[in-house]
Design a protein around this ligand. Sequence first.
Ligand code: MG
Length: 255
Amino acid sequence: MIVIKTARELNCMREACRISANALKLAGTAVEPGVSTLEIDTLIHKYFEKVGAKASFLGYGGFPKSSCISVNNVVIHGIPSEKCVLKEGDIVSIDVGAFVEGYHGDNAYTFPCGQISKEAQQLLDATRESLYEGIKAAQAGSRVGDIGHAVQSYVEARSYSVVRDFVGHGVGAKLHEEPSVPNFGTPGRGVRLLPGMTLAIEPMINIGTHKVRVLDDEWTTVTQDGSLSAHFEHTIVVTPDGPKILTIADDEVRL
Ligand code: MG
């Protein structure tokens, strides 16, 4: 079932999304060589404690931490660890959701750690831009396939590949709601988009093959060929006046 949010629900979503975006922004400020992904996760956890939010991912399906932090060839679902210490040149995908007063906000961003290669920077730029292409396509009356097509055509024109095994999703009182929002698709196909639908659009883009595999920890998802992967995500609402991004951080975020 696809939930069309009421004005009251959208207000709650806005707050959850703001907190979620603040946590992501704060996490990004901590990305630098020598910092472990566990330290970044702890920062996120402390921020949620301070503002009275819960981490959407903590305990979700048994996930052990408050955020997913995925470095270089890790596509998504990297488990923060003190053993994973960032190095100059890494790309660091941080995915974090906040649960506030019954609603979730979900967002992700791939941060550069210090100076990164031109190849890595181009992947980040293209993936971020593809997210905005996907968001632009989320017009009332359009279909889910239009979003996927917008993302896919943008990145494939730049010779990157779209991860198929994981997709975006509706988001609201539940972290993952219908509909699924693939980052690939056919224009005019799939669920029709209606005002009040809240969607997490989240392209996961690889330099090499689109194929991924899940490691023995049953979470960490890596590219099959070891190539770099990037991940950007916003929660948006479909409105009669076009898509609106909900995961917008405050100008200043402090722990
Ligand atoms: Mg998501």
